[in-house]
Design a protein around this ligand. Structure first.
Ligand code: ADP
Ligand code: MG
Length: 351
């Protein structure tokens, strides 16, 4: 037999480790934008503007009017595991911010060129600094700045040829980016959002802060969605401790679409939950005569200790305590509301 000697195990260089990890946090341009927008939300911004070139591969720019970043923090801003949001592991149980891993900005510097411009309250001028591979490249330069922070990523995946090629072949991320900002803007209605391609005068998402969720939905998803919505609400407070609250809008029997739109926030985090999505689709298929897919906006709140936000670096999925109970409850509320609205519709048609 050909017994070979085992290959020698060695330690990877830190820069290699960091780039591998970065590729997981920042999977594509839209994931970078999600992280940047969440940082802007965490900074209590009231206006967030996104500019994108070449689907985000050439340029991503996110500007906000939030609290800014301290001058003293700029040197470590893009190092791995530096954050202003989490100190102790236990804090994860009650974390209210979107971020907590201190990895997003660092990751971006390992797979792109990052420039940060920021100003804090009471300062006469801001600062600009550039970063590569976690390191600030030179002393921050004083510069003119309006309130908040602007983060620019250039040449994303310049050092990941395979990733860049796959992305270039699969059509660009711009539609995904518009979709992402649309979702954020109907949940965070106190924040104005805009998104446009670099050089374009027209924005593809444009919302102003407004007290009305329906207005936000109308301005982003159109009148045909907004005029066919049913308000839903559910909550539960049983002794087993499955405390939850759900509020939202679902499309009625008059709404027609080929694909489901499901915008889901759990404790203000934009997440996916395929089990819940499927459960709602089943209700629609069983209740409505036409094979129309629903529009669903749902905001669920749970005690923070009932939700595990740290399942994946992208934070796209969360796991819930008592998920089945919650889904069943939501399913029955949706069914009830939809049946009511459908009966009203049939009745009105018969009059
Ligand atoms: P995390 O959000 O998990 O803390 P990030 O790498 O996304 O990690 O950001 C690191 C830190 O940089 C944040 O904790 C925050 O203090 C600061 N920061 C990032 N973006 C902004 C912003 N737009 N406005 C103010 N501070 C920011
Ligand atoms: Mg973050």
């Amino acid at each position: 037999s050909t017994t070979k000697e085992p290959p020698k195990i060695h330690r990877l260089e830190e820069s290699v480790v960091n780039r591998i990890a970065a590729g997981e946090v920042i999977q594509r341009p839209v994931s970078a934008i999600k992280e940047l927008v969440e940082n802007s939300l965490d900074a209590h911004s009231s206006s967030i503007n996104v500019v994108v070139k070449d689907g985000g591969l050439k340029l991503i720019q996110v500007s906000d009017d939030g609290h800014g970043i301290r001058f003293e923090d700029l040197p470590i801003l893009c190092e791995r595991h530096t954050t202003s949001k989490l100190s102790k592991f236990e804090d994860l149980q009650s974390i209210a911010s979107m971020g907590f891993r201190g990895e997003a900005l660092a990751s971006m510097t390992y797979v792109g060129h990052v420039t940060v411009t920021t100003i804090t309250a009471g300062q006469l001028h801001g600062y600009r600094a550039s970063y590569r591979d976690g390191v600030m490249e030179n002393e921050p330069k004083p510069c003119a700045a309006v309130k908040g922070t602007q983060i620019m990523i250039e040449n994303l995946f310049y050092n990941m040829t395979a990733r860049k090629k796959t992305l270039q072949n699969s059509g660009d991320d711009y539609p995904k980016i518009v979709d992402l900002l649309s979702r954020f803007s109907i949940h965070h209605i106190g924040v104005g959002f805009s998104c446009r391609k670099h050089g374009a005068t027209r924005s593809d998402v444009h919302t102003v802060a407004s007290p009305s969720r329906i207005d936000a939905i109308r301005s982003v998803y159109g009148v045909s969605v907004a005029r066919n919505l049913i308000k839903i609400e559910a909550s539960d407070n049983d002794p087993s401790g499955s405390v939850f609250n759900m509020k939202g809008f679902i499309s009625n029997a008059n709404y027609v679409a080929k694909k489901i739109t499901m915008v889901l926030f759990i404790n203000d985090r934009l997440v996916e939950c395929s089990a819940l999505k499927r459960a709602i689709e089943i209700v629609y298929a069983a209740t409505l005569p036409r094979a129309s897919k629903p529009f669903v906006y749902m905001s669920i709140t749970l005690p923070p200790e009932h939700i595990d936000v740290n399942i994946h670096p992208t934070k796209r999925e969360v796991s819930l305590l008592n998920q089945e109970v919650i889904i069943e409850k939501i399913q029955s509320v949706v069914e009830q509301q939809l049946t009511n609205s459908n009966e009203t519709r049939i009745f009105e048609e018969q009059m």
